[in-house]
Ligand binder design. Structure first.
Ligand code: KG4
Ligand code: ZN
Length: 357
């Protein structure tokens, strides 16, 4: 066994095939020896969204190559790997199965433990790849599939404070981008459009802003934007609408974060760290606004590096490492779990008619 554990992490829950190798470090911040991410943008863009069958096929075609590349870049040989960790959910079941089966076979042939990882826990722990952060901390997870405020009380211990009752924030960005003629996934490009527009040109709704605690809702924005796009004729008007959307999202997150701070502090924690993770955490305007609200409320805002915001396998290896140190391994019959909430006790809150009071 190595003195410092080395974990090989695998991520295939959606449209990224990713493998990373990390090594534990006495400082508490592991060393990322390699972090290879292969995105499938080109495969899905003509369909305007991820096509599960095509995604799974691409994972099958690429997983060996990406694993080999990650090993080569890390300089680690397979006999030095202490455990293999793979995303087991949530995600597309046929995509999850590719990485999961690859990981189980590898772990079994190397005679090392296999560790099944929750993708969302990967995002939740991603800043710990770069900074020492003590539990508990407040997390805002904003990705293509999820938007939640959670109190992260320890490894595997989460309390959901608020969630979206309809679309995830990344989904709202992608749908708005599509209406503006931006190809999938439009989030990053929408941000660029917004930089060229007038954020005060269009007034957009802020659903459930005065009720529902720190729960979120974005579906109403899409409807409003659809209506406005019908009257749009120039590129400049598109930029203005993108800027108005970006500003509205920043304001929603500002107000809802303030409510989440209060909820989090009900348990009178001494440390006030506010972690923002997931693909949308790469958005510069959102980062700026959340730093502002954190400073005003005595919280320290912490974001992962841009390259660790989107889906990657280093964050999966990070969860694997923390579990490895606690001997939390899984048997090889551990299933793929398409639905796997971080807070298993939180009630399902989705759809019209949800009671928010
Ligand atoms: O975490 P992630 O890579 O995948 C999921 O687990 O969902 O998040 C992807 C989402 C996409 O919806 C993408 O458009 C959005 O994150 N995204 C952004 C930005 N970069 C990625 N949204 C807004 N601004 C960005 N700069
Ligand atoms: Zn993700």
């Amino acid at each position: 066994m190595n003195k410092s554990p080395i974990i090989l992490g695998i991520e295939t829950s959606c449209d990224e095939t990713a493998v990373s190798i990390i090594e534990d470090n006495e400082s508490g911040i592991p060393k990322i020896l390699s972090n290879v991410v292969s995105s499938q943008f080109d495969i899905h863009k003509e369909f305007g969204g991820v096509v599960p069958e095509l995604a799974a096929r691409s994972h099958v075609e690429k997983i060996n190559l990406i694993a080999k590349k990650a090993l080569d870049e890390s300089g680690v040989t397979l006999d030095k790997v202490s455990a293999v960790a793979a995303t087991s959910g949530p995600g597309l079941i046929i995509c999850l199965s590719v990485g999961l089966n690859f990981a189980k076979s590898l772990a079994s042939s190397l005679k090392v433990p296999f560790i099944g990882v929750n993708h969302l826990e990967g995002h939740a722990l991603s800043p710990r790849l770069q900074t020492n952060i003590n539990y508990p901390y407040l997390l805002l997870l904003i990705s293509g599939g999820h938007s939640q405020f959670l109190s992260v009380n320890g490894l595997g211990s989460y309390k959901r404070l608020g969630t979206t009752i309809d679309d995830a924030l990344g989904e709202a960005f992608d749908k708005t981008a599509k209406l503006l003629g931006i190809e999938f996934p439009g989030g990053p490009k929408l941000e660029k459009f917004a930089e060229k527009g007038d954020p005060n040109k269009y007034k957009l709704p802020k659903p459930i802003i005065n009720r529902g605690g720190c729960n979120l809702s974005f579906a109403g924005l899409k409807t409003a934007i659809l209506r406005i796009t019908k009257d749009i004729n120039s590129e400049q008007e598109k930029y203005d609408l993108a800027a108005s959307f970006q500003k509205t999202i920043e304001e929603i997150l500002y107000i809802k974060s303030k409510i989440a701070f209060k909820e989090f502090l009900k348990n009178s924690f001494k440390e006030k760290s506010f972690i923002v993770a997931g693909g949308v955490a790469a958005n510069k305007g959102i980062r700026k606004k959340l730093i502002e609200v954190s400073n005003e409320n005595g919280f320290k805002a912490i974001f992962p590096d841009i390259k660790l915001c989107g889906d990657n396998a280093a964050m999966i290896a990070m969860v694997g490492l923390e579990k490895f140190k606690l001997n939390q391994f899984n048997y090889l019959d551990f299933p793929a779990k398409p639905r796997w909430p971080l807070d298993e006790d939180a009630i399902f809150l989705k759809g019209a008619g949800v009671n928010l009071d």
